[in-house]
Structure formats: structure tokens, C-alpha cells
Design a protein around this ligand. Structure first.
Ligand SMILES: [Fe+2]
Length: 191
């Protein structure tokens, strides 16, 4: 069983930057519930899970991706707050960090081991993509509609949809990790 302590250890550096204690605890709970419901039983198993089935990931794991996206989005926010004389919109850093840590949490239900050392889409995944299952998970946990917007609209489902600013940053940080891998696979990443 993957415990709250395990999740706190994996994402501790980000969790400690969430100022709202309740949001921090809820984030950890969504992760542990997701691990339980998705059948991820050990930290070792979880840490091996690839972040996407849509392209070769060259060993980049789901956990690494989640951290990279969270950090990337935080840096995008910082780039604006530190350089704009006046911010045209407020940025909620708690919401941004929580959104980063949970944007793909639905993948815990969407991806499953294929029994041959690889991974495949689960039955749940065939029924709904991770932005949908993840949105259900965060709303069931009691998160706000604004946090739900990040999960619901961070991927292609959110194109053209109204978004909170934190969704915009998570989306950009997410695709900054995904697109280079797709390009590398297609021979379009110059190296
Ligand atoms: Fe992602």
C-alpha cells in the first residue's frame, strides 16, 4: 500500500510550499486514493510508471514528469511576477502547486501494467481520459472549481475553453515536457 508518508516523501519539496494546510493534506489524499484505486501498491512500482503511453518517454517517469511540470509552472509564474512592474492578473501559488501535483493524477487510473513488463491503457482509461477522471477525483476530495479547471483543461480538452491563469501555466509546462519527446520520436528534434 502506498501511504500518505510515501507521497509526502516523493513530493515533499513541493508540498511544503503549499501554504494552505488543508489543500496540502487533500493533495496527498488524492494521490494515495488514486494509487489505491489504480492498483499501484508500492513506491517502486509507482516510480517505474511512464508518464505517457502516447509516445516513447526515454525513461522519464510519471513522478518525474509531475515534478518537472509543477516546477516549470512555478517558474513561469515567477518569471512574470519578478519582471512585470504590474501584474495584469493575480496568480494563486497554492492553486498552481496543487494543480501541478494533481494535473495528471487521473493517470493512476488510466494506465496499468500489461503483465509483460510494459504498460497499457486500463478499462477506466478507455472510458475516460485522465483530465476527466482527475477532475472527478479532485472534486470528490473537496477542491474548488478553479483547481478542477486546471485538471480538466490542462490538456487538449481545454483548448479554447475558459481557464484560470494557473491552468495556462500548467498547460505550457506540461507541453514543454511532452512535445520534445514527440519531436524526438518523429526525428524533428535537432540534437
Ligand atoms: Fe502532464
Amino acid at each position: 500500500m502506498i501511504t500518505e508518508k510515501d507521497i509526502e516523501k516523493i513530493f515533499g519539496e513541493f508540498l511544503k510550499q503549499i501554504k494552505d494546510k488543508k489543500m496540502r493534506q487533500m493533495t496527498v489524499k488524492v494521490w494515495t486514493d488514486g494509487c489505491r484505486d489504480g492498483g499501484w501498491k508500492t513506491v517502486k512500482e509507482l516510480e517505474k510508471m511512464p508518464f505517457t503511453l502516447l509516445t516513447e518517454t526515454y525513461g522519464v517517469s510519471f513522478v518525474e514528469h509531475t515534478k518537472a511540470v509543477t516546477q516549470g509552472a512555478m517558474e513561469l509564474a515567477k518569471a512574470q511576477t519578478e519582471n512585470y512592474r504590474e501584474m495584469p492578473y493575480p496568480i494563486d501559488m497554492d492553486r498552481l502547486i496543487v494543480g501541478g501535483l494533481l494535473h495528471d493524477v487521473g493517470k493512476l487510473l488510466e494506465t496499468t501494467p500489461d503483465g509483460k513488463g510494459g504498460y497499457k491503457k486500463s478499462k477506466t482509461g478507455a472510458c475516460m481520459r485522465h483530465p476527466v477522471s482527475g477532475t472527478v477525483m479532485v472534486k470528490m476530495a473537496g477542491f474548488s472549481d478553479e483547481v478542477a479547471n486546471i485538471i480538466a483543461c490542462h490538456a487538449k480538452e481545454g483548448e479554447g475553453a475558459p481557464q484560470v491563469i494557473e491552468t495556462v501555466f500548467i498547460h505550457q509546462a506540461d507541453f514543454a515536457t511532452f512535445n520534445p519527446l514527440v519531436m524526438k520520436n518523429g526525428g524533428k528534434l535537432i540534437q
